[in-house]
Unconditional design. Structure first.
Length: 525
């Protein structure tokens, strides 16, 4: 058993504190060999001070410098692919193939390269020039960024390699990653590649730093520190809101991805046309990765009639027949169990599953619940409690008007979906429902389950509270995700040679899109 170092100011150093923890193999339920440190506040503050100094060095650097780092980092991650997959599988029980090797790791390197392209081109900064008043503005870097990574995506949302990390660096900021205790060795391997990339591209020593775990109190001090620019957080609602309170009191931006049950409305015409196909789609989406996706469909709304009941029965059979997957950790298992108990305590009835066990390691039976529409509307808050895992609640609505009432009672979500007849039979129903659902979700889907978040410039992985802390921003989708870690900087009558290159009359690379006197253009002023 060996104690692993922390990454502070470009060096792997012996931890200052005495706290220790070990990751646990979710399949065997046994602790893994390596010990990782719990950092005391003195270590966290050293990282913040070092990041602040690095920011002073890089704050006026061109995007090309950060792009070179991100591209090099992506290459180095891919060069260590086999070891990263092996370790992440051991720490998370996620399948080596296709999940880790063929889907998530390529997505991670792709995100880094997309962020590099955005940094190199520069349009993300939205340079805006008004020649009549000689007022010019653009987004610039905000300062050191803290990134808290979640447990369910060891690469693509990792604090030191995922989307928030890529966006923060592409915007020109140093990053202090706060790893997740479920997969510390995976995070450490990624950090080793990040350090190598930083050295190869002559980044400052504190461009990338890593601490594995801190106390809740120190987490609040971290996000509210006077030298910190902003924070990106993905994780539980309870912890995220505690961090948000501290950051808000200090006036520090914090971008949160918290919880979402991702409602799916199945209209009558769709069930009449292709019931079995929709039941199969839903089962696959809900149980994929043991349901441990932030876009897992945790709430389904159908009309309580003969075909709606048939749909419920078809899904229940599929849930009972499907293999039970392993959850990421004991904490996820306990949280899922508590979520199911909350739903049943509010009146939901178990249709399939409902008990722990059924598979290997940390696991819980595939669980399907139902509730009638009247009961849901009488207690919508508890019946929208997130049960993060392989389960879902079906609301059996009295009629189509009640389906609309259910939509109106929804909290904010990352996604919302409407399944409809492929012809015109559901058009009127869709037209009534979609506007209500649209205001409660970040991404609206039609005839498609919500799992899977494409790394597309048009993607919104965000939504109204409590899905996120702010409905105007996305955690996935480049270049839009970069603006979270930027500061809008205005220049009024500043002499031409003192302006940043993006705001000078000459377009610095000929590719950057700028708004000049109200028109988007790549031309010089």
């Amino acid at each position: 058993m060996s104690l692993q170092p922390v990454l502070i100011n470009g060096e792997w150093t012996v931890p200052e504190g005495t706290g220790r923890f070990r990751a646990v193999n979710p399949v065997t339920r046994e602790p893994l060999d390596d010990e990782h440190p719990v950092s005391p506040w003195s270590e966290v503050e050293r990282a913040i001070v070092a990041a602040s100094a690095a920011f002073e060095e890089i704050r006026s650097w061109p995007g090309e410098r950060f792009a070179d780092f991100l591209d090099t980092y992506a290459d180095l991650i891919e060069a260590r692919r086999n070891e990263l997959v092996e370790v992440a599988h051991m720490e998370t029980a996620l399948a080596t193939s296709p999940r880790l090797a063929d889907v998530e790791l390529p997505r991670t390197s792709n995100q880094l390269r997309q962020a590099a392209a955005a940094a190199r081109e520069g349009s993300w900064a939205q340079p805006t020039i008004d020649t009549a008043t000689n007022i010019r503005s653009a987004y610039g870097p905000i300062g050191p960024v803290a990134v808290f990574g979640p447990n369910n995506f060891p690469y693509a949302f990792n604090g030191i390699a995922g989307g928030d990390f890529a966006a923060a660096v592409a915007a020109g900021n140093p990053v202090i990653a706060k790893g997740h205790p479920s997969h510390p060795r995976t995070t450490q391997l990624l950090a080793e590649q990040a350090v190598e990339a930083a050295r190869a591209t002559q980044m400052p020593r504190a461009m990338v730093q890593l601490i594995y775990r801190i106390s809740h109190e120190d987490g609040r001090r971290f996000v509210s520190h006077r030298l910190l620019g902003a924070t990106g957080y993905t994780g539980s609602r309870h912890a995220g809101l505690a961090l948000k309170q501290a950051a808000d009191e200090a006036g520090k931006p914090i971008y949160l991805e918290l919880s979402s049950i991702n409602p799916v409305f199945v209209l009558p015409g769709a069930l009449e046309e292709r019931l079995e196909a929709i039941a199969e789609d839903f089962t696959g989406s809900c149980l994929m990765g043991t349901g441990q996706f932030c876009t897992n469909p945790g709430l389904v709304i159908v009309k309580d009639d003969k075909i709606g009941r048939q749909f419920l029965s078809e899904v229940a059979v599929r849930f009972e027949q499907a293999a039970v997957g392993t959850m990421l950790s004991e904490g996820v298992l306990k949280s899922f169990d508590a979520g199911i108990k909350t739903l049943t305590g509010a009146g939901a009835r178990i249709v399939a599953g409902g008990n722990s066990g059924g598979g290997r390691g940390f696991c819980f039976q595939n669980t399907l619940l139902e509730i009638d529409g009247n009961s849901f509307l009488a207690d919508p808050e508890r019946l929208q409690s997130e049960a993060f895992g392989n389960g879902s609640l079906v609301v059996m609505a009295r009629d189509e008007d009640q389906m609309l009432e259910v939509a109106g009672a929804l909290e904010g979500n990352l996604t919302g979906c409407i399944y409809s007849h492929t012809g015109e039979r559901d058009d009127e129903r869709y037209d009534r429902l979609a506007p209500v659902l649209r205001g409660r979700v970040g991404r609206l889907l039609n005839d498609k389950m919500p799992t899977g978040v494409a790394v597309s410039a048009a993607m919104n992985h965000g939504g109204p509270f409590p899905a996120t802390g702010h409905p105007a921003f996305t955690a996935v989708g480049i270049p839009a995700s970069l603006t979270r870690f930027g500061m809008l900087q205005c220049y009024d009558q500043v002499r031409p040679h003192r302006l940043p290159p993006a705001l000078q009359d000459k377009n610095p690379n000929g590719k950057m899109w700028r708004v000049v006197d109200g028109n988007w253009t790549q031309s010089d002023v």
